[in-house]
Design a protein around this ligand. Structure first.
Ligand SMILES: Cc1cc2nc3c(=O)[nH]c(=O)nc-3n(C[C@H](O)[C@H](O)[C@H](O)COP(=O)(O)OP(=O)(O)OC[C@H]3O[C@@H](n4cnc5c(N)ncnc54)[C@H](O)[C@@H]3O)c2cc1C
Length: 395
């Protein structure tokens, strides 16, 4: 058996583990077993049904795994962002649509409530969400504005002591299954940072329609176009300050970028492990194909790219924990993870030969699921833009 691989061909030690504490490693071991036993069958069924298996939230909550990175007094596991990194990589060892749905709920739709919510908002939305009694989605992207967040058009107009919201949100994970949306809307027509405000919008309100979208991969997730036609919300549903914009969510978004990157690591890691195993079993020209340097070097390169990306991502997580500037490292980590995902899923198809093109091998799914992990939370180009700006280039 090769160094650091267990009898099932799963990698048990990563270079980046030097940045983890014993409790992170223990968690990885425990959670990996839980994911394989309890969640993988649901995820595979979700892939076949082409819908998010909602039971996942309940199973995670019952196992004590829905909120491992929230404080214990809220019913969470008390873990830090590094634990979140381990959590999302492990969760993405199974079909990635499931981790997309969990991330949209437990991070993007709960963390803003935790950071900005009033006591009443936490009671009504956050506490039930942490127990999987209410499921959330995060609605920012629009048909005409994704990377360019300041370009959103959804409007929230004052109406007595409440607000009337109109507009459309697109590619919204959990869009069709959510009980509430954390929604960004324009409260001023001008293009300036304080023109955007956040709202908690109950899905049951009149004027909301969610239609599922057909997509390349992540078939075990719900992704939707959600329209809001004169939806009235009360004053108590404004989250944070009027005009507080996305800068209020700095911590949600920066930790989100780091954890989203680890979802890509999960996909790349599985692609590498499956390819390694195949290279050690498949024969051609009376040899295992892994005995050809052309094959072995590609698998070694997959491993090297993943390990380097993981080190960068964990290093960014360490910066977040220490309260140091983390944007540059986080963007570099997310960029390098995208590179690892593209390289590893492509090589996995190639090195499995014809079998890599067959659904039965599990490789086509990895190839399809990969891109969402690097489009969400900022595309690779947007990560380069952040890095370049941090270096003083105002592109
Ligand atoms: C499966 C899936 C799930 C998603 N879930 C959610 C969700 O739950 N909630 C949500 O709000 N959004 C969600 N998104 C949206 C996602 O965050 C956006 O798609 C992403 O931010 C890119 O925005 P866009 O699609 O408008 O692309 P665009 O911004 O139009 O970009 C198009 C291309 O131009 C490039 N580009 C844009 N600006 C620049 C620049 N300044 N410099 C260089 N290149 C640039 C981009 O990198 C990209 O290659 C999801 C997307 C997908 C695919």
């Amino acid at each position: 058996m090769a160094v650091n691989m267990d009898v099932n061909g799963q990698q048990t030690y990563f270079a980046a583990d030097v940045l983890l504490a014993p409790e992170h490693l223990q968690f990885r071991d425990q959670f990996r077993r839980f994911v394989t036993k309890r969640l993988e069958p649901l995820a595979l069924q979700g892939e076949r049904d082409r819908q998010f298996p909602r039971e996942v939230y309940k199973v995670l909550a019952e196992g004590g795994f829905l909120a491992p990175d929230y404080p214990e007094e809220l019913g969470g596991g008390g873990g830090d962002i590094l634990l979140g990194c381990v959590y999302y990589e492990e969760l993405t060892r199974i079909p990635a649509g499931v981790s997309a749905g969990v991330f949209a709920h437990q991070h993007l739709a709960v963390r803003p409530l935790y950071e900005l919510g009033s006591e009443a908002q936490k009671r009504e939305f956050m506490f039930p969400a942490l127990k999987a009694e209410r499921i959330g989605a995060f609605a920012l992207t629009e048909p005409d504005a994704g990377s360019d967040v300041q370009g959103i058009k959804t409007r929230a107009r004052r109406d007595g002591d409440g607000w009337i919201i109109s507009g459309s949100k697109v590619y919204i994970t959990n869009g069709t299954i959510a009980d509430y949306y954390i929604l960004a809307a324009r409260t001023s027509p001008e293009r300036k940072p304080d023109a955007i405000s956040l709202f908690i919008v109950d899905r049951n309100l009149k004027g909301i329609e969610a239609s599922p979208l057909d997509k390349l991969g992540n078939h075990s997730s719900s992704t939707a176009l959600v329209s809001f036609s004169d939806v009235r919300v009360g004053a108590g549903h404004l989250l944070g300050e009027v005009g507080g914009g996305l800068s209020q969510l700095k911590s949600t978004l920066s930790s989100g970028r780091v954890m989203q990157a680890t979802r890509g690591l999960g996909i790349a890691q599985i692609a590498m492990e499956k390819t390694l195993k195949y290279a050690q079993e498949r024969e051609a020209f009376s040899k295992k194909i892994g005995q050809f340097q052309g094959v072995a070097f590609k698998v070694a390169e997959m491993a090297a790219r993943i390990e380097a990306a993981r080190l960068m991502v964990y290093s960014a997580a360490k910066d977040v924990i220490a309260g140091r500037e983390s944007h540059r490292c986080a963007s570099m980590g997310k960029f390098m993870t995208a590179d690892a995902v593209i390289f590893c899923t492509q090589q996995a198809v190639n090195l499995h030969g014809g079998y890599g093109y067959m659904e039965e091998s599990g490789i086509p799914r990895l190839f399809r699921d990969g891109p969402e992990s690097y489009i969400g939370e900022g595309t690779p180009e947007i990560q380069l833009r952040i890095i370049a700006r941090q270096m003083g280039m105002h592109c």
